[in-house]
Design a protein around this ligand. Structure first.
Ligand code: NOJ
Length: 731
């Protein structure tokens, strides 16, 4: 070892032990009350994100009862509370400031489902980095993101907050988010601590109803729902939030199997475990705790460090310790975890490093941030249909802009839009006017988003008649997805489909722009619109980005991270389902006694991974480096992708695998790699994927991970349905 390395190692070790010393010396001085305060997280009254209202906790901070606070999104306010903690409490321990920075802080990016649609991990990372930079300027040290819950039920409103149905894609997005939020150094005042959530299986709420029961096999949990958490953890995520649901009959916030066996023992997680809002108290309603004291005992025993908004630790732990129902070791363990996070964030060195009014003024919605928001929103939009190349539109035509969301500003920000400012949003209508000129754009609302009033139809039809082309902006309001916003229908709400039907009768070409937070059942709409652009809730610059795509300044490259069913009856539907013992034969004539519906096809309207471009991509056949390998060997699979159209564009090349026979059955396809490439018109590129243990390992019958010899199908293509195929074997 050379001398330089020796010295840096010594410095690193000294640094580590200085950190440990600080935490241990504080712990040694703390009273029980002060310890309990560090395990308590309360919400200010600035923003209410749960059923128990917050207040101004200055007195609780001063008395040391509240060691952490959230929903305080302003540097000045943060500074004031931090000053109280640092200058007026006995030990001066700084507060953590948490906030839901989900897809941007002031500059808002597309909702996470939209970000996932970009399949562009640099873009995801960049959006999280900008969110962190803006939030940190306001004093936020800790974001309650990323949400890494797999979601396969579009009724569930929180599908908007995640990355869709697929485990592999969700793992990649989870890692990119953690990298973006945390950077390389948590004490850097331009980063924030990430918190992966909701641990675990929250996305599988029965019937898509938020907070509902989850009943899932351990195999499904480990195989499908947990890997994105593990990926976030491997990327360095320092905290985790428990979920509202039960798993195996035990609410997550008191579930030792989830929080101890898996998280701490198997994964060796040594960060902070925080509950979701009031969820220790909710163990009483779940029917797993008799009272708050019982709930607190279960939560602490399971390994919950911090209690968000239940005040159960605050009210109960002292008495519980005296009664011997909890131990001081349990309390100290959790206090250590919290103090260590504060230490990592550099708060003991400078408790004010994150709140900086000057930075707040300079960085919030800074020009490069807005530019990134526009660019990334463009990348997240998915072109679902484009008959006769109606898009991109040419300027100079008379455009009728119709629909209840055409003028929307707030709705473009979507759910959980932090401090996003609707006044900064350019609506789709205004963005189209900016490009095409106000004299060639005429607007009619036609109807509302949710009501059944059709009196505006006639006016909209009249406007459509005068135009060369109609752009309809339909969908859901921001409040129709996100937390506590489940729906029993995934159709366009209100009379929007009827409005489309009326406009269709004019015979004008129709471009449908959708603003929504979940997959919708669009069979009727797809039959009427000539082009469909899924724009999601695209953020601060989303209106302009939609115009960029519609007029061809951006060639769309988004791909669905979640299946769009034909109808709600097909749900749950995802591309990676099992084959069953009676799979539907492809061209079966009278498919009785096969796994199918009698009133609907099995296949979705738009499959996972689907998205069109203004150019055409052609795929060569797959070339394999070998067709047979040993279990510990790797092979490569290559395709040459050619841009055969006239426009430059990006394509997401997707690689799927099917393990044909296993000790347990495997899905008909599983995404195991993707590569987003840019090709100039006429250009070709060979894309190569490596396939080895990482891609082929799965949870075997004995619940261990590994590769099993046998035969495999391999698919590479433009979406989960349209693929080239090949096969290989392992012996
Ligand atoms: C409840 C939500 O489930 C969670 O995602 C969020 O972080 C907390 N409220 C705090 O607002």
């Amino acid at each position: 070892m050379n001398i330089k390395i020796c010295i840096s190692l010594l410095i690193a070790v000294a640094g580590l032990s200085a950190h440990a010393d600080k935490v241990e010396s504080l712990l040694a001085q703390m009273t029980l009350e002060e310890k309990i305060g560090q395990l308590t997280l309360l919400s200010s009254k600035w923003e209410i994100t749960g059923p128990v209202a917050g207040k101004s906790y200055v007195d609780e901070v001063r008395s040391g009862q509240c060691g952490n606070i959230f929903n305080v999104p302003k540097a000045e306010y943060v500074r004031q509370l931090q000053k109280t903690a640092v200058e007026e409490t006995r030990l001066g321990i700084p507060l953590l400031f948490g906030y839901d920075v989900i897809h941007g802080y002031k500059t808002i990016f597309p909702i996470p489902l939209g970000l996932a649609s970009s399949w562009d991990m640099d873009a995801v990372e960049r959006s999280a980095r900008i969110a962190a930079v803006e939030a940190a300027a306001s004093g936020i040290t800790w974001t309650f993101a990323p949400m890494v819950d797999i979601a396969r039920d579009p009724r569930w409103g929180r599908i908007a907050e995640g990355t869709g149905e697929d485990t592999y894609l969700s793992c990649e997005v989870a890692k990119a988010n953690v990298r973006g939020f945390q950077g390389n150094d948590l004490s850097d005042p331009f980063t924030v601590a990430a918190c992966m959530k909701h641990f675990a299986a929250y996305g599988a709420a029965q019937a898509g109803r938020d907070y509902h029961t989850v009943d899932m096999s351990e195999r499904m949990l480990r195989d499908t729902y947990l890997p994105p958490f593990k990926a976030a953890l491997d990327a360095g995520c320092v905290s985790v939030m428990t979920s509202f649901n039960e798993f195996n009959g035990v609410p997550a916030s008191g579930n030792p199997f989830l929080l101890k066996t898996i998280l701490r023992d198997e994964w060796k997680f040594d960060g902070v475990v925080v509950t979701d809002y009031n969820s220790i108290n909710e163990m009483i309603a779940h029917g797993s705790a008799a009272d708050q004291a019982d709930a607190a005992v279960q939560a602490l025993a399971a390994g919950v460090d911090m209690d968000m908004m239940s005040s159960a630790y605050l009210k109960q732990l002292k008495r519980l310790l005296a009664e011997g129902r909890v131990t001081i070791e349990q309390i100290d363990r959790s206090v250590r975890n919290v103090l260590r996070l504060k230490e990592k964030l550099g708060l003991f060195d400078n408790p004010y490093r994150y709140c900086d009014e000057q930075r707040e003024r300079n960085l919030h919605c800074a020009a490069p941030h807005l530019k990134a928001s526009r660019e990334i929103a463009g990348k997240s939009m998915v072109l679902l249909k484009n008959e006769k190349n109606l898009l991109p539109m040419k300027t100079g035509k008379r455009i009728a802009v119709i629909g209840p969301l055409a003028k929307a500003q707030k709705d473009l920000l979507g759910t959980w839009c932090a401090r996003g400012d609707k006044e900064m949003v350019t609506s789709v209508l205004d963005a189209l006017i900016q490009v095409n000129g106000s004299n060639r754009v005429e607007f009619s609302e036609g109807c509302g988003v949710t009501n059944n009033d059709i009196t505006g139809f006639a006016g909209a039809v009249a406007v459509a008649r005068k135009s060369d082309l109609v752009v309809m902006v339909l969908g859901e309001t921001a409040g129709m997805s996100g937390e506590a916003a489940s729906r029993t229908s995934i159709n366009l709400p209100g009379v929007q489909t009827e409005l489309l039907r009326e406009i269709k009768k004019t015979g004008k070409p129709i471009v449908l722009v959708l603003l929504n937070g979940r997959p919708l059942a669009l069979e009727q709409e797809a039959g009427m619109a000539d082009a469909i652009l899924e724009a999601w809730h695209p953020g601060t610059e989303g209106g302009k980005a939609a115009a960029d795509v519609l007029f061809g300044k951006i060639n769309p490259s988004g791909k669905l991270p979640v299946t769009f069913p034909r109808n709600l009856g097909q749900v749950p539907i995802h591309y990676n389902m099992k084959n069953t013992g009676r799979p539907l034969a492809p061209a079966a004539d009278k498919p009785k006694f096969q796994s199918r519906y009698i009133d609907s096809p099995n296949d979705p309207l738009y499959p996972f991974g689907f998205g069109l471009s203004y150019t055409d991509f052609q795929y060569s056949e797959i070339t394999l480096s070998k067709s047979e390998i040993k279990p510990d060997e790797t092979l490569t699979a290559s395709v040459t992708v050619s841009n055969t159209g006239k426009i430059d564009g990006e394509e997401v090349v997707q690689m799927y695998i099917r393990d044909l026979v296993g000790s347990v059955t495997r899905p008909v396809k599983e995404l195991k790699g993707f590569n987003k490439i840019f090709l100039k018109a006429g250009e070709s590129q060979t894309v190569t994927f490596s396939i080895g243990e990482k891609e082929l390992t799965f949870l075997r019958r004995d619940m261990t991970w590994g590769v099993e010899p046998g035969y495999f199908d391999l698919f590479i293509g433009t979406n989960s349905r349209d693929v080239q195929s090949s096969s290989f074997s392992i012996h």
